[in-house]
Design a protein around this ligand. Structure first.
Ligand SMILES: Cc1ncc(COP(=O)(O)O)c(C=O)c1O
Length: 292
């Protein structure tokens, strides 16, 4: 069986100094999934675990993403670690020299195939994906962001490793697979709060419901998605977010990047300041990794 290597597993949970957050009596902890594996970090490790286990011995995986996709980078690393072939459809042109994400992916042996932005819009169309699979000679297709039923199964294991009670569990949302896993495994008296990193992320609510249904899971926890912390949209940032992140990382020792974890931690900070969590609450932030 193919297994992804792990450096720190189960990932530790750490209490964050009270002085890092507004002093309103909320106790904040972080589940450091970012420490599991440097190349397949955080939720990537969780999402790929069972997808990799399901591969046949001569597998060739086709996946897809934007030119800075953490998922594409992680699939390339996983292919190299676990010995399966990888190809990826990359949205837009491949600009030489390749950026650090794509250069890393190519160095792991991944074949990179540019597709026009127009064609890329077919990314959820099963017939188009099947045609691309045939064209590339791949055996398996993993969706954008790696979010499918097996990814949800892997993400359910995050909270299974946490014994303590938390009133709220917070996670960034890109495609919703990680959030779906937390909703399917949370306790009844825990609220799961997703923070959309996309502008106009309302559609994510339906996507999460669809992922839960595909995985045959039910909503165990109450849940919601915060839609106002996208800072301009996917991979966009603001001077305020940047300055806050740099200061927070320096004081806490927790590395943050602006695409996912920065927006998530900032959102938690802001929600505490706005008293969205009641005094005495215990909040767990899931650090889903990323490239710094
Ligand atoms: C580091 C990181 N955190 C969070 C997410 C969002 O996870 P999901 O796509 O499951 O919503 C992603 C994207 O998959 C990611 O790369």
């Amino acid at each position: 069986m193919r297994l992804l290597p792990q450096k720190k597993f189960p990932s530790p949970i750490e209490r964050l100094e009270g002085s890092l957050f507004p002093n309103v009596g909320v106790d904040v902890w972080v589940k450091r999934d970012d420490l599991i594996n440097p190349d397949v970090s955080g939720n990537k490790w969780r999402k790929l675990k069972y997808n990799i286990e399901a591969l046949s011995p001569k597998a060739h995986v086709l996946t897809l993403g934007g030119p800075y996709s953490n998922h594409v980078r992680a699939v390339a690393a996983a292919g190299k670690y676990c010995g399966f072939e990888t190809s990826a459809l990359i949205r837009g042109e491949l600009v030489e020299p390749l950026n650090s994400v794509l250069a890393f992916a190519a160095a792991q042996g991944m074949k990179l195939l540019p597709v026009s932005r127009e064609d890329y819009r077919n990314r959820h169309d099963a017939e188009w994906l099947e045609a691309m699979r045939k064209e590339t000679g791949a055996t398996d297709v993993w969706p954008e962001g790696g979010s499918n039923a097996l990814a949800v199964k892997g993400c359910k294991e995050i909270l299974a490793e946490v014994e303590q009670h938390f009133d709220a569990v917070c996670v960034p949302v890109g495609t919703g697979g990680t959030l779906a896993g937390l909703i399917a495994s949370g306790r009844q008296n825990t609220s799961v709060v997703g923070v959309s990193v996309l502008k106009g992320g309302e559609f994510l609510i339906d996507d999460v419901r669809r992922l839960l249904a595909d995985a045959g899971e039910v909503e165990l926890s109450r849940w919601s998605i915060e839609l106002d912390y996208h800072c301009g949209g996917y991979a966009k940032s603001t001077g305020e977010l940047h300055a806050w992140m740099v200061d927070f990382s320096m004081r806490s020792g927790v590395p943050l990047e602006p695409v996912y974890s920065g927006k998530l931690f900032y959102a938690v900070y802001d929600m505490i300041a706005k008293r969205k969590f009641s005094a005495g609450s215990r909040v767990l932030i899931v650090h889903t990794g990323g490239v710094y």
